[in-house]
Design a binder for this molecule. Structure first.
Ligand SMILES: Nc1ncnc2c1ncn2[C@@H]1O[C@H](COP(=O)(O)OP(=O)(O)O)[C@@H](O)[C@H]1O
Ligand SMILES: [Mg+2]
Length: 228
């Protein structure tokens, strides 16, 4: 369960205050498959980053897994994120000098300090899930966009997060690859009851989710459940 109560975000631009999120309240249940949509600049990434504990709100309360994360300091927040949250970005954000295998392993070493044997088992299973087992020793620049995003999905899932945030995950992918990536995330949501929250204007994602939250100028203008 994920909750945003009366959240406001103000960016200071020199002398000017830019309010990008205005008194926003939102609640998302475990296992939801939900998209935040809206025009460019409407605040989708800002909301995702606040809910995902990458950024702090200027005002308001954010509760993730029953923890008031607005009370945590930077270090605690980073640790909390590592335990509960996965991220997928439009630009994949893989580490170029690490192999596919090592990219997926990275969060486990940095955050969760799992024993080697357990790490190996988990990574091999995920490589199979995202159909990248035969590419495990390649480097990011040797992969297609779709393959890179599959690695990024595996990396986001390797810590077994309860919640995954995906910011425009299909923006750099062709239609067919996008469809495959969406299906992959849907199957993971169904198998593990992982919550997926997308920020997107991709129709293919919008038609695949169970709930669509529309954001305009930092305000929710629509929030509806849909049959997908
Ligand atoms: N770090 C920042 N500093 C100042 N303004 C920002 C910052 N990040 C985003 N903004 C502004 O906040 C608004 C919302 O941005 P964003 O959340 O990225 O929207 P979206 O993801 O919907 O395109 C935009 O006007 C953007 O220019
Ligand atoms: Mg954005």
């Amino acid at each position: 369960m994920l909750k945003n109560e009366h959240v406001t975000k103000v960016y200071k631009m020199g002398e000017v205050d830019l309010t990008v999120i205005k008194d926003l309240s939102l609640s998302i249940d475990d296992g939801e498959f939900v998209a935040i949509v809206g025009p460019s600049g409407s605040g989708k990434s800002t909301v995702l980053n606040i809910l995902g504990c990458l950024d702090k709100p200027t005002e308001g309360k954010v509760t993730v897994e029953d923890v008031d994360v607005t009370q945590l300091n930077r270090t605690e927040l980073a640790h909390f994120r590592g335990e509960h949250i996965g991220f997928i970005f439009q630009s994949f954000n893989l580490i170029p000098v690490l192999s596919v295998y090592e990219n997926i392993e990275y969060p486990l070493i940095m955050i969760q300090n799992l024993p080697e044997a357990e790490r190996h088992e988990r990574i091999m299973q995920l490589l199979e899930d995202v159909d990248m087992l035969d590419q495990k020793d390649k480097f990011p620049d040797q992969l297609s966009g779709g393959q890179r995003q599959r690695v990024a999905i595996a990396r986001a899932l390797v810590t077994k997060p309860k919640i995954v945030f995906a910011d425009e995950p299909t923006a750099n992918l062709d239609t067919k690859t996008s469809q495959q990536i969406i299906e992959l995330m849907r199957s993971i949501q169904q198998e593990f009851n992982t919550t997926f929250i997308f920020a997107t204007h991709d129709e293919k994602i919008v038609t695949a989710v169970d709930r669509i939250i529309t954001l305009v100028d930092g305000v929710i203008t629509d929030d509806k459940r849909v049959a997908s």
